[in-house]
Design a protein around this ligand. Structure first.
Ligand code: KIV
Length: 278
């Protein structure tokens, strides 16, 4: 590509076409600077409703609002040039029916400029996914463990063990048939995630699922060691930025208390001969 060629961001059909091809690297981001970093290396940047816990200190994703997703969606779009930006539909904004979902998804797309939305749920959400995709809203589905239903599930439990496997597989199949361009499989037992990946003709994106999935996704703040309130088994930490940040903050506070900061190089000199007027 020439240096002057316009940068074209990946689209849902581009992601869909990667089924069985090069693995899709996906990560969440919630702010412009982090989106810039993720955009250099990832195919999908997800503005996940995990921002409720990671950025806003909420106990789970249930308190996340459409306004929060709009705000962070716009911030991430300012930092992403190449990756497909997908924004989560938050709890309560889409489950009542297709028209409610369309109104919320259309706002996310129109007001952030994102390329697609993600929604959680299984076969019961298939009519909604069909309604959206037939009206120009690309949908990434999220099945298996769906954190917005943590209360109904009784916790963040592994999905698809034993007879439950049939339900998870049916959920994934229903979402693909309804038109989802990719499907997140969260905390689904490994052999089942592998089988679902082989069964579907759209990419699966695993999180606590299987290396056989067509791509993987994790929460940015988890892999960087910034969000450490709890660490699921499926997270791998690639850095300890939380520890590094705390050391930097402690050093700053100590230098302020000791009078070592600011030093001369951080202060502004008067110009020679400049009269001081008040
Ligand atoms: O909200 C989120 O971050 C997600 C994931 C799939 C990581 O849905």
């Amino acid at each position: 590509m020439s240096a002057n060629a316009p940068i074209r961001s990946l689209t849902p059909p581009d992601i869909r076409a990667r089924k069985g091809g090069d693995k899709l690297a996906c990560l969440t981001a919630y702010t412009t600077p982090m989106a810039r970093l993720a955009d250099k290396h990832c195919d999908i940047v997800l503005v996940g409703d995990s921002l409720g816990m990671v950025v806003h200190g909420l106990p789970n994703t249930l308190g996340v609002t459409l306004d929060m997703m709009l705000l962070h969606g716009r911030a991430v779009m300012r930092g992403a040039e190449r990756a497909l930006v997908v924004v989560d539909l938050p709890f309560g904004a889409y489950e009542a029916g297709p028209t409610q979902a369309f109104a919320a998804a259309a706002r996310l797309m129109a007001e952030t400029g994102c390329g697609a939305v993600k929604l959680e749920g299984g076969a019961e959400m298939a009519p909604t996914v069909a309604f959206l995709t037939q009206r120009g809203i690309p949908v990434m589905a999220h099945v298996g463990l769906v954190p917005q239903r943590v209360q109904s599930f009784g916790g963040y439990k592994v999905q698809g063990r034993g007879p439950d496997g049939m339900r998870v597989a049916e959920d994934a199949r229903a979402m693909a048939q309804a038109g989802a361009f990719a499907i997140v499989l969260e905390k689904v037992v490994e052999p089942l995630a592998r089988e679902i990946t082989a069964m579907l003709d759209v990419p699966t994106i695993g999180i606590g699922a299987s290396p056989a999935c067509d791509g993987q996704i994790l929460v940015m703040d988890d892999i960087l060691g910034i969000f450490t309130d709890f660490q699921p088994k499926f997270v791998k930490r690639y850095a300890e930025l939380g520890t590094a940040a705390e050391a930097a903050i402690a050093a700053y506070a100590q230098e302020v208390r000791d009078g070592r900061f600011p030093a001369a190089e951080h202060c502004f000199a008067e110009r020679p001969g400049e009269p001081r007027t008040r």
